[in-house]
Design a protein around this ligand. Structure first.
Ligand code: MRU
Length: 356
């Protein structure tokens, strides 16, 4: 069975960036058009668009939108490039953990600085490159799906955390892309989706995506995973990533580390699925990965209602880091990286740099 995901999460349309508003799913399906760098900064920060690869594309579109704005007024090329660089830094400051955002924005700025000609020509090149990155994202996810499907046992029950699906990318997904490819080969596989407090990406987004594709999915709350592992009901774990350090330590949605520890204890394979653009060789280990601290209301409220004592202390990190020794393999578009990650991560990343 050939699978084709119908969802395009973010797309360049008529000089605008069109994206699915993920804050209101699954209640409502609506797209939003973003027309300025400032609007894009807010869309990323407020998680209208979210998921590491998707915010990478949002960043690339954001630079193109900035160039459109500036090319209307800024005729001096040097001034145009200086102001564009400021907009690029502003975009990169919207969310700190997913390195795909920095990767895509830096790629756009490199292109802007290398392109000969006027600000109009640079703008055209940035728009075209944004569209190219969009298309490449889907291709990369499908390659990852092919590699990943090879390690999914027949009839496997796969646990996933957060949403690393079509909604976290342009389409198809990373962890859910692997699940889609595996399901196309073996429709007896099934998925357990962690709810993923506090923003419930698992409940709201992963179950929405997978059930539309007819993939059997069971929603569980975050605390339930070790119970189901102990009952022999989970065969493997596949999650996405926001940043992978040079030694393979991986930042992903808060709660991922707990799942990895539980998987190790129960001897269950734990895989990361991520494009090579999620690797950050400048970061030696997970200890150096910046972790986003999010709004406390995400913890104190559910659907606008207080759920706790009003004077309680709150901490709300958006991500945690899974140490490399808990990771069975990292599924990428170039194959599955295995320990020793210090070597395998570096050589895969260098291959990517060499080709781009
Ligand atoms: O805060 P979010 O929803 O942007 O966090 C998303 C995740 O942690 C995903 O698992 C990760 O970005 C991988 S997406 C392919």
């Amino acid at each position: 069975m050939a699978f084709k995901s119908k969802i395009k999460t973010i797309e360049w349309v008529e000089n605008k960036s069109r994206m699915i508003d993920q804050t209101i799913l699954p209640k409502e399906f609506k797209t939003v058009d973003i027309t300025t760098t400032e609007e894009m900064y807010r869309a990323i920060k407020d998680m209208i668009v979210r998921g590491a690869p998707a915010i990478g594309i949002a960043g690339a579109h954001g630079v193109a939108l900035g160039a459109i704005e500036l090319s209307k007024t800024e005729k001096n090329k040097e001034e145009f490039l200086n102001k564009l660089a400021q907009k690029a830094e502003y975009l990169k400051s919207s969310r700190p953990t997913a390195v795909n955002l920095m990767w895509a924005v830096d790629k756009q700025m490199q292109l802007a600085n290398q392109t000969q000609g006027s600000s109009k020509e640079i703008t055209k090149a940035l728009i075209e490159n944004g569209i190219k990155l969009e298309n490449e994202d889907i291709e990369i996810n499908k390659k990852m799906g092919d590699y990943g499907a090879e390690v999914v046992p027949k009839g496997a029950a796969i646990l996933t955390h957060c949403n690393a699906g079509a909604l976290a990318t342009v389409g198809y997904g990373t962890a859910l892309g692997v699940i889609r490819s595996a399901y196309a080969k073996d429709p007896t596989i099934k998925v357990f989706a962690d709810e993923t407090r506090p923003r419930q990406q698992g409940a709201r987004l992963t179950t929405w995506e997978l059930t539309q594709d007819g993939i059997p999915t069971t929603l569980i709350t975050d605390g339930m995973c070790s119970y189901f592992m102990s009952k022999g009901m989970i065969d493997m774990v596949i999650v996405g990533a926001d940043r992978i350090a040079a030694n393979g330590d991986t930042a992903n949605k808060i709660g991922t580390y707990t799942v990895a520890i539980a998987a190790k204890y129960h001897n269950i394979p734990f895989y990361i699925a991520a494009p090579l653009s999620t690797i950050d060789l400048n970061i030696k280990s997970g200890k150096e990965i910046p972790i986003e601290e999010r709004n406390h209301e995400e913890v104190t409220h559910i659907n606008g209602d207080w759920i706790c004592a009003k004077n309680v202390n709150i901490i709300n990190p958006g991500f945690d880091v899974t140490p490399n020794e808990l990771i069975t393999g990292i599924i990428t578009e170039k194959g599955i990286l295995k320990p020793d990650y210090t070597k395998s991560v570096k050589s895969a990343f260098n291959e990517l740099m060499h080709k781009s």
